[in-house]
Design a protein around this ligand. Structure first.
Ligand SMILES: *[C@@H]1O[C@H](CO)[C@@H](O)[C@H](O)[C@H]1NC(C)=O
Ligand SMILES: *[C@@H]1O[C@H](CO)[C@@H](O)[C@H](O)[C@H]1NC(C)=O
Ligand SMILES: CC(=O)N[C@H]1CO[C@H](CO)[C@@H](O)[C@@H]1O
Length: 490
C-alpha cells in the first residue's frame, strides 16, 4: 500500500514530461520525484547516494531558461530532448561528485571527478540526475546486495530480489522514483532487473553504446559482451534514450526505419531445451508466453513459428567458457579486482572469513570467483568445442533472424525469487547471458503480473543492428499487455 503512486503520474514518459514543462515548473517535477524517493527508499533501499541539492539547482536553471522565452521551441527541444527529465544511474557508472564503488568496501571513499560518456550525453540532453542506485558487489551477481549499501528490496514484494547487477535501477524505476535510468549488462544485468521489476530494459547490439566510465569495466574479449543500455517504465522512452546514449554511433542502427509488425518473421522458443543447470520455466511464465503468441497471431495476423535451437541448452557452458578466455594483455583477474588493485583476494580464505562473519565481501562474489577460477575448468578440448559452438550458434541465430526476424524467448525461468534463494539456482542467468556472447540486441518487455503479484516478461531478440525491431515490439507489447503495472495495486 505504501508503494502506491502519488498523483504525479501525469508525468509519465519523457515526451509527456517535456510537454508538461510548458504548464508546470521543472522545480515542481524534481521536487515531486525527490519526495517520491524519500517516501519509498526506506522500504526498497534502491537509491544509495543522492544529489538532490544539485538537482534542484539544475531545475531552477531549466525554469530560468524556459522563462526567458524562446521563439523557437522546436530548436530547444532538438537541443535538449530530455530537458528537466529526472534520471537515476547504476552506481557502477562514474558521475561527477558521486561514488562508483560497485559495492566494494575498499572503494567506499572514492568520489568520481568525471562523468561516464553515457552520463554526460544524457546530461547534455537536459536530463537531471537525482542519484545513483544499488548494484551487486562488482556487478557479478543477480541479487543487488553488498557490504557498502546493504540490500535492495523488490517494490512488488519486499521479500523478493530486484535482480542484478543493475538492480537498484530496475527497482527505483518500478517504484516511480525516477523516469529513466542507465544500466549495463554482461550476462543479463539490464534485462534481469527489468524482468524482476516489471519494466523495459534494452541491451543494444554490441559495439554501439560506449561502455567507458564504469567499474568494473570489461577487458579483453569481454569488451564484446558488455553492453550499456537504457532502462525505463515506458516503451516509447527506449528509442530516444538509445539515440542519445549511442551518440554518433547511432548511424550503425536503423532507428529511422519504420517497422511494420505484420512484415516481421516471428520465432518462438518456450525454453532452453532442458539444461540440467537451469530451473525449468515457471508455468505462469509459459502461460504468458503462449498468450503473447496467440495475441500476435490474432491481432497482427502473423504466423509465429516454434523453433528448437538445440545449442541454447548449453547457454551456461558457452557463456562461462567465453567469459573465462583471457587475452594475453589481460592480467586483471576478478580476484585482483575484489582486492581493488591492493592485495588480491584469496577466495577460499574469504569463504572461511565469510562463514565466521568477517569478510567484507558478499557470498555470491566470493562464490562466483571460486566458480570461475576453480570449478568451471573444462578440458582444453571441451573449451574449444564450446567456443566453436558459440560461433555456430551465432551463425545459426543470425541466419534465422536475418534483417526482419525476431525471436521471443523467456527472460528468466522464474519470477523474482525470495532474497538469498538465487544461491540455490545460480545458473538461471544463462537465459539472458547467451545473448551477450551472441552480441544481439534484446529488449526485455513486461507482460503483466503473476498471481502472486510479481512481474512477468519476455525477451525480444533481433539480428545484429536491428534494434529498431525489438523496440517496435516493445511498444506493441506495452499496448497489448499493459506494460508497467504500478506496485501496490495488486
Ligand atoms: C569510476 O569508474 C571509472 C571506470 O573504472 C574510473 O575511470 C573512475 O576513476 C572511477 N571513479 C573513481 C572515483 O574511482
Ligand atoms: C562507438 O562504439 C564503440 C564500441 O562500443 C566505442 O568504443 C566508441 O567509443 C563509440 N563511439 C562514440 C563516439 O560513442
Ligand atoms: C539498508 C541499508 O544498508 N541502507 C544504506 C544504503 O546506503 C546508505 C549510504 O549511501 C546508507 O546510509 C544506508 O544505511
Amino acid at each position: 500500500m505504501l508503494l502506491s503512486l502519488p498523483s504525479f503520474h501525469i508525468f509519465t514518459s519523457i515526451y509527456n514530461l517535456v510537454s508538461a514543462l510548458l504548464q508546470v515548473k521543472c522545480i515542481e517535477v524534481i521536487e515531486t520525484y525527490i519526495e517520491r524517493i524519500r517516501q519509498v527508499n526506506p522500504l526498497i533501499n534502491a537509491v544509495v547516494k543522492d544529489r538532490f541539492e544539485a538537482a534542484l539547482q539544475e531545475a531552477h536553471q531549466v525554469d530560468k531558461l524556459l522563462s526567458e522565452g524562446h521563439d523557437d521551441e522546436e530548436a530547444l527541444q532538438e537541443k535538449f530532448p530530455f530537458l528537466g527529465v529526472p534520471i537515476t544511474i547504476k552506481e557502477a557508472f562514474a558521475i561527477h561528485g558521486l561514488p562508483n564503488t560497485s559495492g566494494l568496501v575498499n572503494r567506499r571513499n572514492l568520489i568520481s571527478m568525471s562523468d561516464a560518456t553515457v552520463v554526460s550525453r544524457l546530461k547534455q540532453a537536459g536530463a537531471i540526475p537525482l542519484g545513483v542506485t544499488n548494484c551487486s558487489e562488482l556487478c557479478m551477481w543477480f541479487e543487488s546486495s553488498n557490504r557498502v549499501y546493504g540490500r535492495t528490496n523488490n517494490a512488488y514484494n519486499l521479500e523478493c530480489i530486484v535482480g542484478g547487477s543493475s538492480g537498484g535501477e530496475g527497482c527505483i524505476l518500478a517504484a516511480a522514483g525516477s523516469v529513466i535510468g542507465i544500466g549495463s549488462d554482461i550476462g543479463g544485468s539490464i534485462r534481469m532487473p527489468a524482468f524482476f521489476n516489471g519494466i523495459f530494459g534494452h541491451k543494444p547490439t554490441t559495439g554501439v553504446v560506449p561502455n567507458d566510465g564504469q567499474f568494473p569495466n570489461a577487458l579483453g574479449i569481454r569488451t564484446n559482451f558488455l553492453c550499456t543500455g537504457p532502462m525505463c517504465r515506458y516503451a516509447e522512452d527506449l528509442e530516444p534514450m538509445l539515440r542519445v546514449m549511442a551518440g554518433p554511433n547511432v548511424t550503425k542502427l536503423k532507428l529511422d526505419e519504420k517497422v511494420s509488425l505484420q512484415n516481421i518473421k516471428f520465432y518462438f522458443m518456450e525454453h532452453d531445451g532442458g539444461s540440467v543447470f537451469v530451473s525449468p520455466v515457471d508455468k505462469e511464465i509459459l502461460q504468458a508466453q503462449r498468450k503473447l503468441v496467440k495475441n500476435l497471431e490474432t491481432e497482427l495476423g502473423v504466423q509465429v513459428q516454434n523453433v528448437a535451437i538445440h545449442k541454447m541448452k548449453y547457454s551456461f557452458q558457452i557463456w562461462s567458457v567465453m567469459m573465462s578466455f583471457k587475452d594475453s594483455d589481460e592480467q586483471v583477474a576478478f580476484t585482483d579486482m575484489l582486492g581493488d588493485h591492493g592485495k588480491p583476494v584469496w577466495p577460499s580464505w574469504e569463504l572461511v572469513k565469510w562463514m565466521v562473519g568477517m569478510s567484507s565481501h558478499t557470498l555470491p562474489a566470493i562464490g562466483k570467483i571460486l566458480l570461475l577460477n576453480k570449478l568451471v575448468k573444462y578440458s582444453p578440448k571441451t573449451n574449444a568445442k564450446l567456443a566453436s559452438m558459440a560461433q555456430s550458434l551465432r551463425t545459426e541465430m543470425v541466419n534465422l533472424l536475418g534483417e526482419d526476424g525476431v525471436l521471443l524467448y523467456p527472460s528468466h525461468p522464474v519470477v523474482a525469487p525470495r532474497h538469498h534463494t538465487p544461491l540455490g539456482m545460480p545458473f538461471n542467468f544463462a537465459y539472458t547471458a547467451i545473448f551477450n556472447i551472441l552480441g544481439l540486441p534484446v529488449t526485455q518487455c513486461p507482460l503483466g503480473l503473476s498471481k502472486e503479484g510479481l512481474p512477468l516478461g519476455i525477451q525480444v531478440v533481433a539480428g545484429p543492428h536491428n534494434d529498431h525491431l525489438t523496440l517496435a515490439m516493445a511498444r506493441y507489447l506495452e499496448k497489448s499487455f499493459g506494460g508497467w503495472v504500478r506496485p501496490g495495486t495488486c
